[in-house]
Write a protein that binds this ligand. Structure first.
Ligand code: 5GP
Ligand code: MN
Ligand code: MN
Length: 292
């Protein structure tokens, strides 16, 4: 594994009370976070903030409002967020919430989400004055910074696990979900990690990999070569992996930016979701003159 990539330096473990300074005034600072699950970690300052889904504990209307108000209040001028399998109230594709999500909310005694109100909260987030805020659902966005235009693609899906929001069957359905991802996007946000690659999808047993095979294959065969790929979902596989691709000048920094630990014991016994903040957001300092 490479420990440096051209134009990128990153910080994974650091004191959030005193984040490391930028290497130089010309460096941009991108901050990556995922799986906040309704917690609100300290976030270091930066030019752009990226959230890779599982914003909330279970996607109720108030949990969206709470989390989006917090994200909107952070100082970063550019923010790009996606949903994850827990963010029920935003999953209106094919009326998933009406057909499926509502019943799961009932089961966990969560008041039914008002999907129109959730859309309203997302629209209000995007309309925050003097900031570029985008909620991405299989969409591209761009921003300008440091004399360069940066592209971002965001997708909320993950392989089926419990049949929650934005779940796809591994295989053909996964191909369909990711078919429109631009091959050379600067920043790719997905909720799921790629399978095995970089070990950022391994469960606590240290050997079971549950990331997406299609994301792995597309990267390995060169169909997908983002500069940075940030995701979460598999909380215990938090960390980074830097790849210099063989027979190519492409380089990719992969980030599992999940910041919480899930207390499974409490979930089984009390049917309540408990999360503990255990990691800081990942800082990536970027020298735009070194990025092609
Ligand atoms: P979440 O419920 O927040 O989406 O995921 C929380 C945890 O559930 C992960 O950290 C991981 O331990 C487990 N998990 C998520 N997706 C899968 C999966 O596809 N297979 C297995 N075995 N576990 C998963
Ligand atoms: Mn999660
Ligand atoms: Mn998840």
């Amino acid at each position: 594994m490479a420990t440096s990539l051209q134009g990128l330096t990153w910080h994974v473990e650091y004191d959030v009370a005193q984040p490391p300074p930028r290497p130089s005034p010309k460096h941009l600072r991108f901050v990556f976070v995922s799986d906040t699950h309704s917690t609100q970690p300290d976030v270091p300052e930066g030019d752009a903030l990226f959230h890779s889904g599982d914003l909330t504990d279970l996607g109720s209307t108030p949990s969206f409002q709470h989390q989006l108000a917090w994200l909107a209040s952070l100082p970063h001028a550019h923010k790009f967020i996606i949903a994850g399998n827990h963010d029920f109230g935003a999953c209106t594709r094919d009326d998933w919430y009406g057909r499926v999500g509502r019943k799961i909310h009932e089961k966990y005694a969560v008041p039914a989400a008002d999907t129109a109100a959730v859309r309203g909260a997302l629209a209000a987030f995007e309309a925050t004055p003097d900031k570029q805020h985008r909620y991405l659902e299989d969409q591209v966005a761009e921003f300008e910074l440091g004399g360069r235009r940066w592209s971002v693609y965001g997708s909320p899906w993950s392989p089926v696990f419990g049949g929650w929001a934005w779940n796809y069957e591994r295989g053909q359905e996964a191909e369909e979900v990711y078919k429109d991802v631009p091959p050379k996007v600067d920043i790719l946000l997905t909720h799921s990690p790629p399978h095995t690659f970089g070990n950022l999808d391994v469960l606590t047993d240290g050997k079971t990999h549950v990331g997406c095979e299609v994301l792995r294959d597309k990267m390995a065969n060169g169909d997908l070569r983002p500069l940075i790929h940030s995701f979460g979902h598999i909380h215990e596989a938090w960390g980074t992996h830097a790849e210099k691709w063989e027979a190519s000048t492409d380089e990719t920094l992969l980030i599992n930016a999940a910041v919480v630990e899930f207390d499974m014991g409490a979930f089984v016994q009390e049917k309540r979701l408990h999360y503990k903040l255990v990691h800081p957001p990942v800082i990536v300092d970027v020298d735009p003159s070194q990025i092609h």
